[in-house]
Design a protein around this ligand. Structure first.
Ligand SMILES: *Cc1c(COP(=O)(O)O)cnc(C)c1O
Length: 376
């Protein structure tokens, strides 16, 4: 049996090696390292795939979020609503820009931001909501867009874990995650569902005016060379990464299918197990399984992780500490117990290996090992 990795980027690369190597070599041969044709080609291909008017590439997913908030004109004192159960980047950029992060709890089944809690958190100062499509499945964008419309708020979707997921709108239309809010932000970090071989990110929007502002902020606030209308940043996707992404984008749906197949096998093995709750599938969204995350009940999660580690099966805790209990984000507005769902999840979740190259033998070994532990 091949070694089991949390994410097996090497096995994935080996299957597309000639294509990738040629694309990288072509960028080197032309020396168009920054803003070369590969960047434009990938941008156009992603616009087509997502069916969105504008894709603005940038250096990483954290920058994508920061640039979005800058381009939307959010100012210190403005409140931005975000989930308490997410990767830190979401809250980090809010704090970094001097905006006020307003955290809200998540749904215990989907792990995504709870629209009822969003409503309760809105004040006169609220300017934006940042739903995170956690682990590969969309937050309830119908409800979120409804609330945003009522209170005239911006919606910035954090699609770093859910690129390619589809949301079924109440209008009957099915659209790609990240194209529903005013802006969508994604990351091409190597382990993401669409990952490059370094750092990368992108911002999506259907709004021409917002797109123009994003393009300015991403490039030193410059629309005409050496004339700076906005205070911006320098955040670029380089040509080598774009060339790699253009190839991997062709396989994104096939990759999602492989992840779903692994998730189905995990579900089948664990759904009747009283110690484990398999991830819920939200009827309004497809799931692209960035992570396969179990919620443990009445079993020692740490011991399970150790048991698996002894068999060379990696398992990870995403995320062990909620944002409001992180040292840098301690805030007199919040205390332990404020977000009971997030706090319970952070103590109970465990994510199993999930990637595009898991084979049946590996999955059988993982599932039987987990079951062995629960039967002890
Ligand atoms: C990975 C991730 C980011 C940040 O992306 P980087 O490219 O690492 O900066 C932001 N939000 C979420 C939910 C993520 O998973």
């Amino acid at each position: 049996m091949r070694n089991i990795a949390m994410v097996d980027l090497k096995a994935q690369y080996e299957k597309i090696k000639p294509e990738i190597d040629a694309a990288i070599q072509q960028v080197i041969d032309t020396t168009a390292f920054i803003n070369g044709p590969a960047v434009k080609e990938f941008q156009a291909a992603l616009e087509k795939y997502l069916d969105v008017k504008h894709v603005i590439p940038c250096a990483n997913g954290t920058d994508a979020l920061q640039i979005s908030m800058m381009a939307l004109g959010l100012k210190p004192g403005d409140e931005v609503i975000a989930p308490s159960f997410t990767f830190i980047a979401t809250a980090e950029v809010i704090a970094l820009l001097g905006l006020t992060p307003v955290l809200v709890d998540v749904d215990p089944h989907t792990f995504n931001i709870d629209p009822v809690a969003i409503r309760k958190a809105i004040t006169q100062k609220t300017k934006a909501i940042v739903p995170v499509h956690l682990f590969g499945q969309c937050a309830d964008m119908d409800e979120i867009m409804q609330i945003a419309g009522e209170y005239n708020l911006f919606v910035i979707e954090d699609v770093a874990q859910a690129i390619g997921a589809e949301f079924h709108l109440s209008s009957g239309k099915t659209v790609k995650a990240g194209t529903i809010g005013h802006v969508g932000c994604t990351s091409f970090f190597p382990s993401k569902n669409l990952g490059c071989y370094g750092d990368g990110g992108a911002i999506f929007t259907n709004d021409d005016k917002i797109a123009a502002k994003l393009r300015s902020v991403v490039n030193h606030g410059m629309t005409v060379r050496y004339y700076h209308d906005d205070i911006g940043v320098n955040s670029r996707l380089d040509s080598i990464q774009a060339a790699i992404l253009k190839i991997k984008l062709k396989y994104l749906d096939t990759y999602a299918e492989a992840r779903r197949k692994a998730a189905d096998a995990y579900d089948a093995a664990f759904s009747a197990n009283p110690g484990l709750k398999v991830p819920s599938r939200f009827a309004k969204s497809t799931h692209v399984f960035h992570q396969y995350t179990l919620v443990t009940t009445n079993l020692d999660r740490g011991k399970l992780q150790e048991y698996l580690a002894a068999k060379n099966i990696p398992a990870m805790i995403y995320y062990p500490v909620p944002i409001h209990l992180q040292k840098a984000y301690l805030d007199p507005r919040y205390k332990p117990g404020d977000f009971p769902v997030t706090e319970a999840l952070s103590k109970a979740v465990i994510s199993l290996p999930m990637h595009t190259e898991l084979d049946e033998e590996q999955i059988a070994f993982i599932t039987s090992s987990v079951i062995e532990f629960t039967n002890q």
